[in-house]
Design a protein around this ligand. Structure first.
Ligand SMILES: NC(=O)c1ccc[n+]([C@@H]2O[C@H](COP(=O)([O-])OP(=O)(O)OC[C@H]3O[C@@H](n4cnc5c(N)ncnc54)[C@H](O)[C@@H]3O)[C@@H](O)[C@H]2O)c1
Length: 297
């Protein structure tokens, strides 16, 4: 994969130098040096992509997680797609491996992010397959159990906090310990929070609290792990067209639509683009940030 990229860049440099030869006559040496610098920067920018890196995505069998796996794989990363839905994962891995190139060999792993033992087993499986932990961790698995506060059961409160908040903590702690133990010096954790964690929402006290917690966890992780080369950032989507929101009644969706200046929900692919940016070294100095992706909501 790397040699293919280097050939690509070498090709561009060749074209650039040939160009310089032609242009030197008309525009002089300074112009040619500027062209060479641009070409060098192009090469640097390609090196900041995710190609050749191992990436873990939780909640990979659906919605934003699936779109993120597809995008990262397209950009040359090797994926570990993790979910508690094994059929969904098997299906996705088959699809990803059909279009894999170079060293890419995508794998799936069964995980319940809210269960410590399951998370540790997932790490062992990843190490068995890939001999190293992922240097990109996308904490995307999440659930809703909506109800008005006065009627919300303790179980529904606990379940949402367990998956969304505790799950993010368990995966981050387990995989980042392994990253440190393997001496990996560049890593990125991206957590899926939500704009609801900032503003609250009727019927989602459990979900809003969990996502506010994810944002706070993100900022603290960034402070603690930044010196180890591990960045941690949060993405705060507004409303995204996935199975999670497809369960929301139309009359509720219609209430929100006028509040979104873009006049539509996001596609999962639009969220995946921001996740991929934060995962890559293109965001090498972004740490502890929360990025709203809400269409202006
Ligand atoms: N869809 C939206 O509008 C929206 C908005 C803001 C934030 N988010 C967040 O983005 C993330 C992805 O949401 P989505 O809309 O793609 O949801 P989705 O329901 O389409 O997919 C969620 C995935 O997580 C998996 N999952 C659930 N519990 C799990 C567990 N305990 N262990 C492992 N996997 C588990 C599910 O099997 C599913 O594949 C979630 O964290 C969600 O809270 C979504």
């Amino acid at each position: 994969m790397r040699s293919v990229q280097n050939k690509h860049i070498a090709g561009r440099l060749h074209v650039c130098i040939t160009f310089c030869g032609i242009y030197e006559k008309d525009f002089g040496t300074e112009y040619c040096v500027a062209l060479l610098i641009v070409s060098f920067k192009l090469k640097q920018s390609r090196n900041k992509m995710v190609a050749g890196r191992l990436a873990l995505v939780t909640g990979a069998a659906s919605g934003i997680g699936k779109a993120t796996c597809r995008l990262l794989a397209h950009k040359g990363a090797t994926l570990v797609a993790a979910d508690r839905n094994p059929e969904g994962i098997a299906h996705l891995i088959k699809e990803l491996n059909m279009t894999a190139h170079g060293d890419q060999k995508h794998t799936g792993v069964s995980i319940d992010v809210s269960d410590d033992e399951s998370v540790r087993n997932a790490l062992l499986k990843v190490l068995e397959h890939h001999n190293q932990p992922p240097s990109i961790i996308i904490n995307n698995a999440g659930i809703t159990r909506d109800n008005f506060l006065l009627s919300l059961s303790e179980t529904d409160f606990d379940d949402v906090l367990s998956v969304n908040l505790k799950g993010t903590f368990l995966v981050t702690q387990t995989f980042c310990n392994s990253i440190v133990n393997h001496g990996i010096k560049i890593a990125s954790v991206v957590n899926l929070a939500s704009i609801i964690g900032k503003y609250g929402n009727m019927g989602q006290s459990n979900y809003a609290a969990s996502k506010a917690g994810v944002e706070a966890l993100t900022k603290t992780t960034a402070k603690e792990l930044g010196r180890l080369g591990i960045r941690c950032n949060a993405v705060l989507p507004g409303f995204v067209d996935t199975p999670m929101t497809q369960a929301v009644p139309d009359k509720v969706k219609n209430k929100f639509m006028p509040l979104i200046p873009m006049g539509r929900f996001a596609s999962p692919e639009e969220i995946a683009e921001v996740i991929a940016f934060l995962a890559s070294e293109k965001s090498s100095y972004v740490n502890g940030a929360s990025i709203d992706v809400t269409g202006g909501f």
